[in-house]
Design a protein around this ligand. Structure first.
Ligand code: CAA
Length: 261
């Protein structure tokens, strides 16, 4: 079933075969409190399990994708409470999502918000988007994968500069450094993400999911094991009807009709 609209901090909507999830806590610049992360996990998982949904767009509001974990909520927590709560574990979900997720970032993507964007598969940014991991400025460090994913996205020198100083970077820098896929006008970035998501969702779901799994393997595996994993998945595509359909349609000079089988 599609995610319902009963969330306190999200607006969700199905657009054709795309699930749109918008973080909506504008008074706090979409700061990610525990309730919001639980709702996000629920909505993303529901869309991921829905066979009529082929891709997901994750966005925020116009001023912020998300300004980080909720500082007011966590400020007075002890080490033991923080450890027991283990809020960041919700990010492990991104290792399990099969559907492609496109982040459409407007405004601030800071701390946990930047980490959330980096966990998505494709990142579109608005011209006024700003990315940063400012945790050191409030006496902590990134805790939702930022030190690991930023390094992989932009390399050690730039990751260290951002993480050790907390400096925010513009959408333009983020694009030049490879953190974002493309920049769009502020009022066009969600539409652009929906358009790309729609194109992806019009393809064969199992094939797109295998492509995503193969790319993600590169973050974790040796080159040799990654290449062997990719080869196994490539060969596995030949067990699908969609591979037969796709190649036959090419040879017959017609459009393929995907059945996700
Ligand atoms: N947590 C809780 N509330 C937040 C918040 C956050 N991360 N970010 C913004 N808000 C709240 C503000 O407290 C303010 O609320 P009130 O109106 O009740 O005072 C409201 O959102 C608007 O924010 P500002 O008045 O600060 O807006 P601004 O335009 O002056 O500044 C900003 C915007 C630069 C983004 C600034 O809000 C800011 O620096 N926010 C914090 C950014 C940050 O440090 N993020 C990292 C959090 S730690 C983390 O994420 C850990 C991790 O790795 C998981």
């Amino acid at each position: 079933s599609a995610a319902s609209n009963s969330y306190n901090n999200l607006q969700v909507e199905v657009r054709g075969s795309v699930g749109l999830v918008a973080i909506h806590r504008p008074a706090a610049l979409n700061a990610l409190n525990d309730e919001t992360t639980m709702e996000l996990a629920d909505a993303l998982q529901q869309y991921d399990r829905d066979s009529t949904i082929g891709a997901i767009v994750l966005t925020g509001t116009d001023r912020a994708f998300a300004a980080g974990a909720d500082i007011k909520e966590m400020a007075n927590r002890s080490f033991v409470q923080t450890r027991r709560r283990n809020a960041g574990a919700f990010m492990d979900l991104f290792l399990a999502l099969r559907s492609p997720v496109i982040a459409a970032v407007r405004g601030y993507a800071l701390g946990g918000g930047c980490e959330l964007a980096m966990a998505c598969d494709i990142v579109y940014a608005s011209e006024d988007a700003q990315f940063g991991l400012p945790e050191v400025q409030i006496g902590t460090i990134p805790g939702w994968g930022g030190t690991q994913r930023l390094l992989r996205a932009v390399g050690k020198a730039k990751a260290m500069e951002m993480i050790l100083s907390g400096r925010r970077i513009s959408a333009k820098e983020a694009e030049e450094w490879g953190l974002v896929s493309a920049i769009h006008a502020n009022d066009k970035v969600v539409a652009a993400a929906l358009e790309t998501a729609g194109k992806i969702a019009s393809l064969s779901q199992p094939i797109v999911q295998m492509a995503k799994a193969a790319v993600n393997a590169a973050e974790d595996m040796s080159l040799r094991n990654g290449i062997l994993y990719e080869r196994s998945l490539f060969q596995a595509t030949f067990a699908t009807q969609d591979q037969k359909e796709g190649m036959t349609a090419f040879v017959d000079k017609r459009d393929p009709k995907w059945t996700n089988a």
